[in-house]
Write a protein of this length. Structure first.
Length: 380
């Protein structure tokens, strides 16, 4: 069997076409001046072709050397084409930023609204990427993470924990890609950082005995923010649910929140009491899409209702009215636990119970909301 047939002169003078060098090595010329090296191999009983580079950039001697290395791998039952792909992946250093972005793309389907609100990425974009985003993910260990998060571990504990948990997911994602990462890096960093000096602070709320007077003051206040806050109090909905409410979600005294707009990711029907329906009709006179529009028809900002309460001298915040309602339910009504929690949009029917109990307790909630409205509208 002939091999090492080609010489530099033969390769240069050879016409367009395929020219064998022996042992499966071929020079395939696209024209007189350009070509490529191809090695034909049998891998797992199949004939494969492996590119070895462009000619004349890769010389005959170098092509033969690469071909010899590939043949050596086949003799040990290895696939030289796959081994080359692995080497390329290893040679390319995946950065922390790239690992985070890849992990986010892979998890988007699990996140509310495909993660478009940015909450998943936010702690990483603020506390991680600006500082170690260009670092190779394989170089991240417990010491890197400790130095990164120590400044906020006690001052901003929630953001720090979220950043650490999501870095753990990014590292797991990198491991799945075949990279040599330390899967225990985040757990070790947590041990080095120690226990957080943090006490949970609840969103300030208004005592339910003061709710009627506050509601009356809102009714006397002009502006979209006051209307939105009244609607929030009457429905016990979340701030984002209220400020992004649209007229097409409301029909026949029922506000239907689509799954993408609820915290639980499931559609929710909210019964509207008379006062809430009156607010909807009043808003309909001024807007066509959002119930509570701001500049140029966009939804009011997430700070609009809070700002209104601050200006009036209250420490309580809009979200706190959910606590106000829940405390009133507990102390002044005989409503069952499931109904009280359902008003707030909490998931109470889970597991086997959820498989059989399919009522959303709409009528029970309507009755309870009517009693809440009566409290808010009472004169003292």
């Amino acid at each position: 069997m002939r091999y090492n047939v080609l010489t530099q002169l033969k390769a240069k003078s050879a016409p367009e076409g395929k020219h064998a060098d022996g042992q499966g090595l071929w020079l395939i010329k696209s024209d007189q001046a350009r070509g490529k090296w191809v090695l034909r191999l049998f891998i797992a009983g199949r004939r494969r072709e492996m590119g070895l580079g462009r000619w004349p950039d890769v010389s005959i001697a170098e092509a033969r050397e690469r071909a010899g290395e590939a043949r050596k791998l086949t003799r040990t039952q290895q696939d030289p084409i796959q081994e080359r792909h692995k080497a390329k992946r290893t040679a390319r250093r995946l950065t922390v930023k790239e690992a985070i972005e890849d992990c986010f793309k892979a998890r988007k389907a699990e996140l509310k609204g495909d993660g478009k609100a940015g909450r998943w990425m936010s702690p990483l974009e603020v506390h991680v990427i600006p500082k170690i985003g260009t670092t190779a993910i394989e170089d991240v260990d417990q010491h890197v993470l400790k130095e990164l998060l120590a400044p906020i571990w006690h001052e901003k504990p929630e953001a720090a924990v979220k950043a650490l948990n999501r870095m753990s997911l990014a590292i797991q994602h990198a491991a799945a890609l075949g990279l040599s990462v330390d899967l225990q890096a985040c757990a070790k960093a947590r041990a080095l950082l120690g226990k957080q000096r943090h006490t949970t602070t609840h969103i300030p709320s208004l005592p339910y005995n003061n709710a009627p007077a506050f509601y009356r003051s809102l009714a006397a206040t002009e502006g979209v923010s006051a209307l939105a806050l009244r609607f929030l109090i009457l429905t016990c909905a979340r701030t984002s649910e209220v400020r992004l409410a649209t007229f097409d979600e409301i029909s026949d005294g029922v506000w239907t929140l689509p799954a993408g707009r609820t915290k639980t990711g499931t559609e929710r029907r909210i019964p509207l009491v008379g006062e809430a329906i009156a607010i909807v009709e009043r808003c309909r006179e001024k807007s066509e899409h959002y119930l509570f529009p701001a500049y140029k028809g966009q939804a009011i900002s997430d700070a609009a209702m809070s700002t209104l309460m601050k200006r009036q001298g209250y420490d309580a915040r809009p979200h706190g009215f959910r606590s106000t309602f829940r405390t009133w339910c507990e102390e002044a009504t005989n409503a069952d636990y499931e109904t009280k929690e359902s008003v707030l949009g909490h998931a109470v029917d889970v597991g086997v119970v959820g498989a059989y109990q399919r009522s959303d307790r709409f009528e029970k909630r309507r009755t309870l909301m009517a009693a809440w409205e009566k409290l808010l509208l009472e004169q003292r």
